[in-house]
Write a protein that binds this ligand. Structure first.
Ligand SMILES: *[C@@H]1O[C@H](CO)[C@@H](O)[C@H](O)[C@H]1NC(C)=O
Ligand SMILES: *[C@@H]1O[C@H](CO)[C@@H](O)[C@H](O)[C@H]1NC(C)=O
Ligand SMILES: *[C@@H]1O[C@H](CO)[C@@H](O)[C@H](O)[C@H]1NC(C)=O
Ligand SMILES: *[C@@H]1O[C@H](CO)[C@@H](O)[C@H](O)[C@H]1NC(C)=O
Ligand SMILES: *[C@@H]1O[C@H](CO)[C@@H](O)[C@H](O)[C@H]1NC(C)=O
Ligand SMILES: *[C@@H]1O[C@H](CO)[C@@H](O)[C@H](O)[C@H]1NC(C)=O
Ligand SMILES: *[C@@H]1O[C@H](CO)[C@@H](O)[C@H](O)[C@H]1NC(C)=O
Ligand SMILES: *[C@@H]1O[C@H](CO)[C@@H](O)[C@H](O)[C@H]1NC(C)=O
Ligand SMILES: *[C@@H]1O[C@H](CO)[C@@H](O)[C@H](O)[C@H]1NC(C)=O
Ligand SMILES: *[C@@H]1O[C@H](CO)[C@@H](O)[C@H](O)[C@H]1NC(C)=O
Ligand SMILES: *[C@@H]1O[C@H](CO)[C@@H](O)[C@H](O)[C@H]1NC(C)=O
Ligand SMILES: *[C@@H]1O[C@H](CO)[C@@H](O)[C@H](O)[C@H]1NC(C)=O
Length: 424
């Protein structure tokens, strides 16, 4: 990556009022630390970053002395990154903001399938659509090879070395991290266990009402499109391929009842709240259908229950631009709908989203759990569990095109009953 290219374009991002000014001597020390780790491409990128108000503000925060984690891509990582990321200054700024995590993570080290999640500085509304304007998160964990991997990346991204400057932990990483995308760009398909190639079909066959506040009009959209770009902040329990196939007879039985089908969909969804796997422990949540989700964990893994179905979470925390997926091994067969519970859950989610909070520790961090695990030396903070996908099998993002999904949707819908209406 050429710094001349980097500094060429002006940033499109709107400048922000600086909350604090940069501590030049601190930043010089930080850059010197990056230099001694040979991270010259990152240093060049920082120059571009500092040409925007957003970047200047983030560098000012970094220089305040509080703990942060920086994922610092190597020179090789920058040179192999897609050129549209490194040559476009707004995208480069977004990408760099995604590499900086607020908070103290020094006592947390999770082993997959337990996951550490931190809130980054990426909150550009063009690429992040979480509830309450929250910034995007990044997820990482130690895998069986003993290395820390940043999870859910198209290119398996490994922390190859770690250094520090003051309170800042610098995790040197062998790829530039990709910012989470929409559902359509994310649906994992390659790993047999977590493959979601049936998901577009499953969701494409469900029609739900959608109120478009910008055009002030109501319409009917497929559940797939609703998750793809209709919600700002959601949690979806996504049945894997074998789950959808195993539930085929149940789905066929519901095919003529669109209310039952949309209820079934709503009972896989938490609306307006993005809940990551460490937050399940000891909590319950209400679905968009007003039904309770309950969670349990044992030596086999972490489970979610709705109605009479309990499913194993086989891949937690597949991050999306507007929420998160957790891949499960069963369709939650629950067609009940409790409108009172659904609206009160949505009301409290909406009011919670409106409160701004600054997260300075891992998401779902429990001080008690941390203290006891630190004392026992394991240093874990989260409670996700999933046997079966423990062997460093990575989710691969295939990002099938809309036409492919449509074709797939039509084929299987046709096979199913012919009664489903697709609005993909
Ligand atoms: C700036 O950072 C240096 C450490 O690099 C620190 O010694 C100094 O106190 C900081 N200055 C201010 C004003 O915070
Ligand atoms: C940085 O690069 C120089 C030469 O290119 C090499 O001698 C040195 O070991 C490298 N340092 C690190 C930390 O990789
Ligand atoms: C960022 O830009 C400001 C103003 O242009 C400058 O004063 C500051 O030294 C720069 N910081 C870094 C780290 O380059
Ligand atoms: C590191 O952060 C802690 C707060 O978490 C603060 O008390 C301490 O002064 C910071 N250290 C430095 C060197 O800035
Ligand atoms: C960058 O280009 C790749 C194809 O090379 C494309 O898939 C990706 O969506 C582009 N990214 C952005 C942010 O435009
Ligand atoms: C890791 O970083 C340390 C400095 O923090 C350096 O001494 C060491 O050579 C690095 N190791 C590798 C494999 O680059
Ligand atoms: C799903 O269908 C099977 C028969 O194919 C049936 O035994 C089972 O009870 C159904 N499950 C639910 C929750 O309705
Ligand atoms: C359709 O499903 C809903 C929700 O489960 C149920 O209340 C309703 O009775 C069903 N309608 C028919 C015709 O079976
Ligand atoms: C989801 O929440 C939004 C508010 O953020 C609301 O407008 C929408 O109707 C809700 N959808 C469902 C299916 O609950
Ligand atoms: C863990 O809980 C699940 C769901 O309740 C159960 O099927 C499984 O047998 C349990 N595993 C162990 C080891 O207790
Ligand atoms: C759970 O099973 C019980 C007993 O078979 C049944 O009465 C109830 O309707 C089921 N609940 C759901 C949500 O399917
Ligand atoms: C994940 O966390 C749970 C609960 O803290 C713990 O029981 C389990 O051993 C952890 N799993 C791994 C692989 O560290």
């Amino acid at each position: 990556m050429k710094s001349a290219i980097l500094s060429a374009a002006l940033l499109a991002a709107a400048p922000v009022v600086l909350a604090q000014s940069q501590n030049a001597s601190f930043l010089t020390g930080l850059l010197t630390t990056l230099q001694s780790a040979n991270l010259t491409s990152l240093i060049s990128a920082t120059t571009t970053f500092n040409s925007s108000g957003v970047g200047q503000g983030i560098l000012a925060e970094l220089s305040g002395g509080s703990p942060f984690v920086i994922f610092a891509p190597t020179n090789e990582a920058f040179s192999s990154a897609p050129s549209n990321i490194t040559s476009n200054s707004r995208q480069l700024s977004d990408v760099l903001a995604y590499h900086i995590v607020n908070g103290n993570f020094s006592n947390t080290a999770t082993t997959y399938p337990n996951v550490t999640l931190g809130r980054t500085f990426l909150n550009d509304s063009e690429v992040v659509h979480l509830e309450g304007g929250k910034a995007q998160v990044v997820a990482w964990a130690t895998r069986a090879d003993g290395h820390i991997h940043v999870l859910n990346q198209k290119n398996d991204s490994i922390v190859v070395n770690t250094t520090t400057f003051g309170n800042i932990t610098i995790n040197i990483v062998d790829h530039v991290l990709a910012v989470p995308q929409s559902l359509q760009g994310t649906v994992p398909t390659e790993d047999a266990n977590t493959s979601l190639s049936q998901l577009p079909t499953f969701l494409g066959a469900v029609n739900v009402p959608f109120f478009n506040s910008s055009s002030n009009s109501s319409s009917s959209v497929s559940a797939f499109n609703l998750l793809n770009n209709g919600l700002h902040g959601f949690t979806f329990f996504a049945p894997n391929d074998s789950a959808v196939l195993a539930a085929q007879s149940n789905l066929t039985a519901l095919a003529s009842n669109s209310t039952a089908l949309s209820n079934l969909f709503y009972n896989h969804l938490i609306n307006d709240t993005t809940v990551y796997s460490p937050e399940f422990v000891g909590q319950s949540f209400t679905s968009a259908g007003g039904e309770s989700f309950t969670f349990s964990i044992n030596a086999t893994g972490q489970y979610v229950t709705s109605g009479n179905t309990t499913a194993l979470i086989i891949q937690p925390d597949v991050l999306l631009s507007s929420g998160v997926l957790h891949v499960i091994d069963r369709v939650l067969i629950n067609t009940d709908f409790n409108s009172g519970a659904a609206s009160s859950a949505l009301a409290s989610a909406t009011s919670a989203a409106a409160q701004s909070t600054t997260e300075t520790q891992p998401i779902g961090f429990s001080a008690t759990a941390s203290l006891s695990s630190a004392a026992s030396g394991s240093g874990t903070n989260s409670g996700a569990g999933a046997s079966g996908s423990n062997n460093a099998a990575l989710v691969r993002f295939a990002g099938p095109g809309k036409a492919q999904m449509f074709a797939l949707g039509m084929t299987v819908v046709g096979v199913l009953a012919g009664a489903f209406i697709t609005v993909l």
